[in-house]
Design a protein around this ligand. Structure first.
Ligand code: FAD
Ligand code: NAG
Ligand code: NAG
Ligand code: NAG
Length: 559
């Protein structure tokens, strides 16, 4: 008898394991013959194109170039394919706050006191991002003077490989209905397009919640024409002076994981060039390390000036993120941004729920919890009942899944901008970055509008099931302020003045852009103004972030 039940228990366990999502990977990770560790790279090589950064723009760009030319891609990070479950939807926050020195996300803090992340992996930001996929607004395409037909074809090229329709389950439905109830209309259903109202967006997560990334676009590459080296950190772009003293890019110096130095050069073909796709922070940093940037800054860091280009690293912008954490009395699904509200005022409202949270003792969440609890109890002397469910829900913040969700908002076109400065000459280090969030008063007003919409949504009838009725709006504002880890001053009126709330609790939307802007650093063909054989193709060239979220357009641009 005992034996039988033991066996049926085993059978039951096997069945459960077999049904568990981790055991049903439909797709095989690609096994690219041309992706290798840089330690296996020759010390010296020649190529028609050298792409610096195998990120969201770099991968589609290199795949495209390899159709007809010899391409080298140098990526400082490793492969995203070694343990695919790591990048599943539910682990989004876990990977983002992985502080290991070789994790996919390099942590950094801007001079504004806001914690941020920079991709450091083949596939770039598409390996660590929230996956939302949205086309640029038609104005963006016009302003950038891109060929509309080519834009469309290029989006489709991306979509065939890595884009899916987001499922909308109970919690996201409540957010969607809440948005419609408070007037973020019309309902535009599922669409790639950027249109005012409430819509369901696309995503790079498939139906099993596995992530697809820009690295998958390398499946389009011609394997005989491309080499991708991992853990290959470019230290410098080599330039020579041509006649008339106009500098020309001719090669790069990079180091592999053991610190060994390699050099790669451009072939003599007339079209040969180096393309910097190192991201909005990495691209201006590398240009400066190569002597292309504001002369005073280069001299201060003892970098030989190749070209005094004062605009490199200026106009650095980010879209502020503000929002609320809303604990739920009911269980919620794992969701990452399927529903989006695009308001008349130009605020983008997005939401996620049920994610795994980083375990303590990681500073980001855990350290603040006791302070937060004290704060909630001291400032608002919450009722024991409210206090206990905050405790229960905060219990859910520790090394487990969030029972509840985050509703956040982004300002589509912030006016405030900042700049970057070299901290030192180590390309592995983060430069100093200022975004100057809310420097312009209009940006504060816009944030307040967005927060008002979020507050209306959580107080809407449609959303009421997923919100503890006894928790006041002020308590939710205070909870949001307490749970986050930015190093900005807190003011006593954070929960009573939305202006103050916006400034004190600002986080990054990670949509950094503008540091190598078209018209300032690169021309409308993305060539560096004043240097031959050198372009920049990535988010640093944008003057605003396209669509609600930029990755679709970054990949399209690479194509
Ligand atoms: C946490 C997070 C969430 C986001 N959520 C979304 C979202 O839901 N939807 C959306 O559309 N967008 C989202 N974004 C934004 C989007 O992912 C980025 O705008 C986009 O990935 C930027 O692409 P890029 O090619 O400019 O840079 P990246 O993709 O960052 O590529 C730059 C690459 O260059 C490499 N590199 C840098 N310096 C060097 C060097 N010196 N040598 C060699 N290699 C180098 C880096 O390792 C990296 O792989 C998010 C971003 C983050 C970080
Ligand atoms: C990947 O392909 C290489 C040959 O190109 C082979 O040696 C290796 O075993 C393959 N790896 C996997 C995990 O299939
Ligand atoms: C690269 O090109 C240079 C000059 O064209 C040549 O001297 C050198 O031998 C080439 N190196 C390789 C590894 O092909
Ligand atoms: C964090 O990153 C390191 C280095 O890539 C990796 O070995 C580790 O497994 C990651 N941790 C998690 C929780 O994925």
């Amino acid at each position: 008898m005992e034996r039988v039940s033991w066996r049926s228990l085993m059978a039951f366990l096997v069945a459960v394991l077999a049904l568990h999502p981790c055991f049903c990977y439909a797709e095989k990770a690609p096994n690219y013959s041309f992706v290798r560790e840089a330690t296996t790279a020759p010390r010296l090589s020649n190529h028609s194109y050298i792409v610096i950064g195998g990120g969201t723009a770099g991968c589609p760009l290199a795949a495209t170039l390899s159709e007809s030319a010899n391409v080298l891609v140098l990526e400082r990070g490793g492969s995203p394919y070694l343990r695919p479950g790591r990048t599943d939807k539910v682990n989004y926050l876990l990977e983002l706050y992985n502080t290991s020195s070789d994790s996919y996300a390099q942590q950094f803090r801007s001079e504004d006191g806001v914690h941020g992340h920079r991709a450091r992996v083949l596939g770039g930001g598409s390996v660590i991002n929230a996956g939302f996929y949205s086309h640029a607004d038609p104005e963006f395409v016009k302003e950038a003077r891109l060929d509309e037909a080519l834009v469309k074809q290029s989006y489709q090229w991306v979509e065939k490989k890595v884009v899916f329709e987001s499922p909308v389950l109970q919690w996201q439905s409540a957010v969607k209905d809440g948005l419609l109830e408070v007037g973020v209309k019309p309902y535009n259903k599922f669409t790639y397009d950027h249109i005012k109202g409430t819509k369901i967006g696309a995503t790079i997560f498939d139906r099993n919640d596995h992530r697809h990334t820009a690295a998958d676009l390398l499946e389009y590459a011609n394997p005989t024409n491309i080499k991708v080296y991992l853990h290959a950190t470019v230290h410098k772009i080599i330039t020579t002076e041509t006649t008339g003293s106009r500098p020309k890019a001719t090669g790069v110096i990079y180091k592999d994981a053991t610190g060994l130095r390699h050099e790669a050069y451009l072939t003599e073909e007339p079209n040969s060039e180096i393309i910097v796709s190192s991201g909005a922070i990495g691209s201006p940093q590398l240009l400066m390390l190569s002597g292309i940037g504001p002369a005073n800054q280069l001299k201060a860091n003892r970098v030989k000036v190749v070209l005094d280009q004062p605009m490199v690293g200026q106009n650095m912008a980010d879209n502020a993120m503000n929002g609320l954490v809303v604990p739920s009395p009911l269980p919620v699904e794992v969701s990452l941004l399927p529903t989006v509200g695009i308001t008349q005022s130009g605020n983008y409202i997005e939401a996620c729920s049920g994610l795994n949270l980083p375990p303590p003792p990681q500073e980001q969440m855990a350290k603040l919890l006791p302070t937060n609890l004290n704060k909630v109890s001291l400032h608002y002397s919450v009722s024991p009942c409210v206090f206990s469910f905050i405790m229960i829900n905060i219990g859910a913040f520790i090394n487990t899944r969030l029972q509840g969700g985050l509703i956040i908002q982004k300002d589509g076109r912030p006016l405030s901008t900042g700049h970057i400065e070299l901290r030192n000459t180590d390309p592995n280090d983060n430069p100093k970055v200022w975004f100057n969030y809310f420097k312009e008063p209009q940006d504060v007003k816009k944030c307040v509008r967005g927060m008002e919409t979020i507050i209306s949504v959580i107080n809407s009838k449609s959303f009421s099931r997923f919100r503890h009725p006894s928790m006041t709006t002020e308590q939710l504002l205070d909870l949001a302020a307490g749970l986050q880890s930015n190093a900005r001053p807190r003011h006593p009126n954070t929960a009573t003045s939305l202006e103050q709330f916006c400034k004190d609790t600002v986080l990054t939307f990670w949509h950094y852009h503008g540091s190598c802007k078209v018209g300032k650093v690169v021309d409308s063909d993305y060539r560096i103004i004043g240097v031959d054989s050198l372009r920049v193709i990535d988010a640093s060239t944008f003057h605003v972030t396209p669509g609600t979220n930029p990755q679709a357009t970054v990949m399209m641009l690479g194509r």
